[in-house]
Design a binder for this molecule. Structure first.
Ligand SMILES: [Zn+2]
Length: 438
């Protein structure tokens, strides 16, 4: 971790040092999977002492099943990863931990305030199983983009009407939801000509995977409000929030982030590697998550703000990165996808396919269609276009030039002449990036 986080007076460090040892002890006491893996190893008390413990991979937890869970607790909630980037993975939460989390979060909010509560629209995500119902300072109206009645009319009236609810602000000022759903709702409302300036939304809080630069601009242009960009995953309790000053993410105190070298698997003090997260007890009890490799690429960058936490640049899925034969990361997926996603002439994959007749704009919601094919240390970025480059050679040349100039600065030095960009016309067989990949 960076020097900033290592200072003992920092609240994040105090949180980690108070709970990390208990987290490991709990997992050893109640989960045979962790007991066997950690046998004979010292119990770490600080993040810097974590590295002797082996990293944990999703396939190991999946095959361990209930051996990696505290089976004496009362199951209360089953969630699952969406399966968009790998086979779905089940996550169980116990009644005991949900009660603790509820008490903890509830204690953070004032209970005697006479000010009206915030009115919030929450877009539920049925792709991840049950929701934990936690205390909130807001009054929440639930919406569901898959509900045929919700888009566009109910959403527009929720956002544009005044609501008479005792003790609650009359207008929706906050929207929360998965990026995919917030983006889809925004696109559909744009296609209906909704007057966004008549809405009173002050904060758009999106979770899930990373937001591309183009989507950030589109959401800002539409809502003209603060965009709270959060990174989270179903398996881990805790999240990271994007910081404007650092242009990077800060993880909250309830999770311990590490960046480990892709080749040596050793924790890094600076630079780029694989993200590994540890969820802290008692926020997580039934299914401990310790040094869990999330499948994301991350860099540790200097913290430029007054935050107590280290700053991480989150750089897309490891499976989308260009890796050298040495195993080192040549180009993170986020730089490839940001370049492709900004180009209108790059074809889009299918998502929300059932909507195409009702909302033609849904054809624009899919990820850019491209694949990275490596051969030794060389790589080819094969891109599916909305036009045939044989028929529009000058447009093809311009597009290739723009893409090359955008990704070149992010390519590891010594590899810049090893990337070729290949444009293909409609009908070419290109697998594309899976949805939710950024
Ligand atoms: Zn910051």
């Amino acid at each position: 971790m960076t020097g900033r986080s290592g200072s003992p007076e920092r609240p994040a460090t105090r949180f980690h040092e108070a709970l990390l040892g208990e987290t490991i002890t709990w997992a050893i006491a109640h989960c045979p999977f962790y007991r066997e893996r950690f046998e004979g190893l010292p119990v770490p008390q600080t993040p810097s002492e974590l590295s002797p413990l082996p990293l944990t991979w999703k396939h190991e937890l999946r095959s361990a099943g209930w051996r990696a869970r505290a089976g004496h607790l009362t199951p209360a909630l089953r969630q699952h990863t969406s399966g968009s980037t790998a086979t779905s993975f089940e996550v169980y939460r116990s009644r005991e931990e949900l009660e603790f989390v509820g008490r903890f979060i509830g204690s953070l909010y004032p209970t005697d305030s006479s000010a009206p509560r915030t009115l919030e629209l929450f877009l539920g995500n049925p792709a991840h199983g049950g929701h934990a119902v936690l205390p909130s300072p807001s009054f929440v109206i639930q919406g569901n983009v898959y509900d045929g009645a919700f888009l566009p009319h109910l959403a527009a009236s929720v956002l544009l009407d005044s609501h008479e609810i005792p003790g609650v602000e009359p207008r929706v000022t906050r929207i929360t939801g998965a990026l995919t759903h917030v983006a889809a709702m925004t696109a559909v409302l744009r296609s209906t000509g909704m007057d966004f300036s008549a809405a009173k939304v002050a904060t758009l809080s999106v979770t899930g995977f990373l937001m591309t630069n183009r989507w950030r601009r589109l959401l800002e242009d539409s809502w003209r409000c603060y965009i709270e960009n959060c990174f989270s995953l179903t398996e881990v309790f805790g999240w990271a929030t994007h910081c404007e000053e650092c242009d990077a993410f800060h993880f909250g105190p309830e999770v311990v982030p590490e960046v480990v070298d892709v080749v040596t698997r050793q924790p890094l003090e600076e630079g780029r590697g694989m993200l590994a997260l540890t969820s802290l007890y008692p926020f997580v009890q039934m299914q401990p998550i310790i040094r869990y490799v999330t499948g994301d690429v991350a860099s540790i960058v200097p913290t430029r703000c007054r935050s107590d936490y280290p700053a991480h640049r989150l750089e897309g899925r490891l499976s989308h990165a260009w890796l050298a034969t040495s195993g080192q990361i040549v180009l993170p997926g986020v730089d490839i996808i940001n370049a492709l996603d900004g180009e209108a002439l790059v074809a889009r994959g299918e998502v929300f396919r059932d909507w195409y007749d009702r909302f033609p704009i849904a054809r624009e919601l899919g990820p850019p269609m491209a694949e990275l094919v490596t051969s030794g240390d060389d790589a080819a970025l094969r891109i599916l276009c909305r036009f045939d480059p044989l028929m529009y050679p000058s447009e093809a040349k311009e597009l290739t030039g723009r893409l090359a100039s955008q990704v070149a600065p992010a390519i590891r030095s010594g590899f810049r002449d090893k990337l070729t960009i290949q444009l293909h016309g409609p009908g070419a067989a290109i697998a594309g990036y899976k949805p939710s990949s950024v």
